[in-house]
Design a protein around this ligand. Structure first.
Ligand code: KIV
Ligand code: ZN
Length: 531
C-alpha cells in the first residue's frame, strides 16, 4: 500500500506553537441529545476553519453511514485545517476512516485503544499483549494511508504507566506522529496529569507531538490541559463551548484565551486562533446543537463582559481594565456591557441614557433614576426598550406633577368584586381612597378619581408589553377627558394595574397643570387632538 504524503504541518516546527485540535464534531457530537446533520456539520467545520483551528476531528466514520458521509463532505468542502477521522484498531474501521478523509488536502487518522485495566477487562476483553498487537497493526495500517497518524491510549490517566508507555512506544515505532494522552473520564488533576505527560516524553523515544485530551467530569478539563501545555504538550484537543461526552471536553475558547491572556505565565506559547471569531463560533454551535451557553460562561457567555454593580460599572466606564482582563472585541463580544439592574449606580444609568440619546441632569435625572430603582427592584434586568419607555413616562413632561402615586393595592378574581385602594401625594399630603370597579384596572381608576376629586372619561386605553417574558414591563397608554381637555397618559410597571394607575394619574396631572396655569384649555389638548 502506498503512503499518501501529507504536507508537513508548518505549526509543528515552531516550539511555541500550540496545535488546536478541535473535536466539536466528534467528541462534542457524542454529547447526549446532540445529533447534527451533514449540512450542519459542514457549516460548523467551515466556521472552525475561519476560526483558525489546526485540526478538525470531523467524526467517527465507522459509527454510521451518516457520520461517514459528513466526514467525507467536510473533507471535500473545508479548506485549511487538517481533516481527521477517528478509528478503532480494526482494519475495516481504518479503511472506512481513510475513505472518508481521503478527499481532504491534509488528513489524519486518529487510532485509539484502551490501556486501562478496567477497559481491557470489561470492555475490550483483551489481554495486554493483544492490545499491544492491535496497536502495532493498526498504526502501521493507518500509516499505509497517510503519514499523519495520531494514537490515543484510551483512559490513559487510569492506565498502568509502564504498560501505557510500552503501548505508546509501539505506536511511535509503527509510525504514529502524535501521541494523545486522554483523560477519558476526567479523573486527572492538574499536577498529576501534567506529570504523566512529562514522564511519557521522558520514557517514549521518537519524533512525535504530545497531545492532551481532557474531560470535564471534575470541572478540571481546561486546568488539566493548561498544566499539560506547561509541561510540554504541543497539541490541545478541545471543543467549542466545551461540549463532549458527559460533562464535556476542555472548552477551546477558554484554553485559547488563557494561553493568550497569560502568555507571560505560559512562556509565550500561542495558537493560530483568530479569537475575534470565538463568540460567533460559540453561537453557531449552540444554535445547531441546541445546547445553550450558560450566561456566565467564560469568554463567550453573554455576561462574560457584563457589569451590574455600581462600583464595577463606574470602574469599567472610567477604565475598562479595572474589571476586565480581556478586550470583549478580541473575542467577538463587541463592547463591555453595562447591565442596568438594582445594583447599578447613577453614573452608569446616566451614561446608558446618554448613549441612547437622553442627556439628563439634575432633577430630571433624579426623577427617572428614582423610578428606575423602583422598577429594578422588581425586574431582574432592564433592557434599552424598558429604559426608553421609562424615560417617555417620566420625561413626557419635565415639569413636576401635582399628584404622585404613593401606593396601590388591588384585589380581584372570578368570585369577588374587584377593589382597589390608592394613596396619592399632593404637595406632601397623602390622599387615600378605595373603590370598586368592573375589573382591577377600573377599580384603580375609580379610586384615583375619588382621591383626586377629578372626574372625567377614560378613552383609548392600550397596553403593550415592552419586552418579552413573564417579567416584561407593561406600558399603558390612554387618554383622559376632563374639564374640556383630552390629555394623554403613559404608565409603566411590571404590574399592569399599577401601570394603568400611573398612566391615569399622568393624564390627570397634565389636566391639572393646564387648569392651574390658567392656560386656555382649548389651545391645548382638546378631545381628539394628537398631542
Ligand atoms: O476521551 C477519550 O478517550 C476519547 C478518545 C477517543 C481520544 O475521546
Ligand atoms: Zn474524549
Amino acid at each position: 500500500m502506498e503512503t499518501t504524503p501529507t504536507p508537513a504541518s508548518p505549526v509543528t516546527d515552531d516550539p511555541d506553537r500550540i496545535i488546536i485540535f478541535d473535536t466539536t464534531l466528534r467528541d462534542g457530537e457524542q454529547s447526549p441529545g446532540i445529533s447534527l446533520d451533514q449540512g450542519e456539520k459542514v457549516e460548523i467545520a467551515e466556521q472552525l476553519a475561519r476560526l483558525g483551528v489546526d485540526v478538525i476531528e470531523a467524526g467517527f466514520p465507522i459509527a454510521s453511514q451518516g457520520d461517514f458521509e459528513s466526514v467525507q463532505a467536510i473533507a471535500r468542502a473545508v479548506q485549511g485545517p487538517v481533516i481527521c477521522g477517528l478509528s478503532r484498531t480494526a482494519r475495516k474501521d481504518i479503511d472506512r476512516c481513510w475513505e472518508a478523509i481521503e478527499p481532504a488536502a491534509r488528513h489524519r487518522i486518529h487510532v485509539f485503544i484502551a490501556t486501562s485495566e478496567t477497559h481491557m477487562v470489561h470492555k475490550l476483553r483483551m489481554t495486554p499483549d493483544q492490545v499491544k498487537a492491535e496497536t502495532a497493526a493498526a498504526v502501521a495500517h493507518a500509516r499505509g494511508y497517510t503519514d499523519d497518524v495520531e494514537f490515543s491510549p484510551e483512559d490513559a490517566s487510569r492506565s498502568d504507566f509502564d504498560f501505557m508507555c510500552e503501548v505508546l512506544q509501539i505506536a511511535v515505532d509503527n509510525g504514529a506522529t502524535t501521541l494523545n494522552i486522554p483523560d477519558t473520564v476526567g479523573f486527572g488533576v492538574p499536577e498529576e496529569y501534567a506529570k504523566r505527560l512529562h514522564d511519557v516524553r521522558d520514557r517514549v523515544t521518537g519524533d512525535y507531538v504530545i497531545s492532551t485530551h481532557c474531560h470535564n467530569d471534575l470541572g478540571l478539563a481546561v486546568a488539566n490541559s493548561l498544566a499539560a501545555v506547561q509541561t510540554g504538550a504541543r497539541q490541545v484537543e478541545c471543543s467549542i463551548n466545551g461540549i463532549g461526552e458527559r460533562a464535556g471536553n476542555a472548552a477551546l475558547e477558554e484554553v485559547v484565551m488563557a494561553l493568550r491572556t497569560r502568555s507571560d505565565y505560559y512562556g509565550g506559547v500561542d495558537t493560530g486562533i483568530r479569537s475575534e471569531e470565538l463568540a460567533r463560533t460559540s453561537r453557531l454551535v449552540s444554535r445547531l446543537t441546541g445546547y445553550p451557553v450558560q450566561y456566565n460562561k467564560a469568554v463567550v457567555g453573554r455576561n462574560a463582559f457584563a457589569h451590574e454593580s455600581g462600583i464595577h460599572q463606574h470602574g469599567v466606564l472610567t477604565e475598562r481594565s479595572t474589571y476586565e482582563i480581556m478586550d470583549p472585541a478580541a473575542v467577538g463580544q463587541g463592547e463591555s456591557k453595562i447591565v442596568l439592574g438594582k445594583h447599578s449606580g447613577r453614573h452608569a444609568f446616566a451614561d446608558t441614557l446618554k448613549k441612547m440619546g437622553y442627556d439628563l441632569h439634575g432633577d430630571a435625572l433624579n426623577q427617572v433614576f428614582t423610578r428606575f430603582k423602583e422598577l429594578a427592584d422588581r425586574k431582574v434586568e432592564l433592557s434599552e426598550s424598558d429604559l426608553e419607555a421609562l424615560v417617555a413616562e417620566e420625561m413626557g413632561d419635565t415639569v413636576r406633577y401635582a399628584y404622585q402615586l404613593v401606593s396601590i393595592d388591588a384585589h380581584g378574581g372570578s368570585s369577588s368584586t374587584p377593589v382597589a385602594t390608592v394613596v396619592v401625594d399632593r404637595d406632601g399630603t397623602k390622599l387615600e381612597a378605595t373603590a370598586e370597579g368592573d375589573g382591577m384596572v377600573d377599580a384603580a381608576c375609580q379610586a384615583i378619581r375619588s382621591a383626586t376629586g377629578i372626574d372625567g372619561v377614560l378613552t383609548d386605553y392600550t397596553v403593550t408589553s415592552v419586552t418579552g417574558g413573564v417579567d416584561a414591563l407593561a406600558d399603558v397608554a390612554l387618554r383622559f377627558e376632563a374639564d374640556g381637555m383630552s390629555m394623554p397618559g403613559r404608565g409603566l410597571s411590571t404590574d399592569v394595574v399599577e401601570a394603568s394607575a400611573r398612566a391615569f394619574l399622568n393624564a390627570m396631572n397634565r389636566i391639572v397643570r393646564v387648569r392651574d396655569s390658567g392656560e386656555d384649555p382649548t389651545a391645548v389638548d382638546r378631545p381628539g387632538s394628537l398631542r
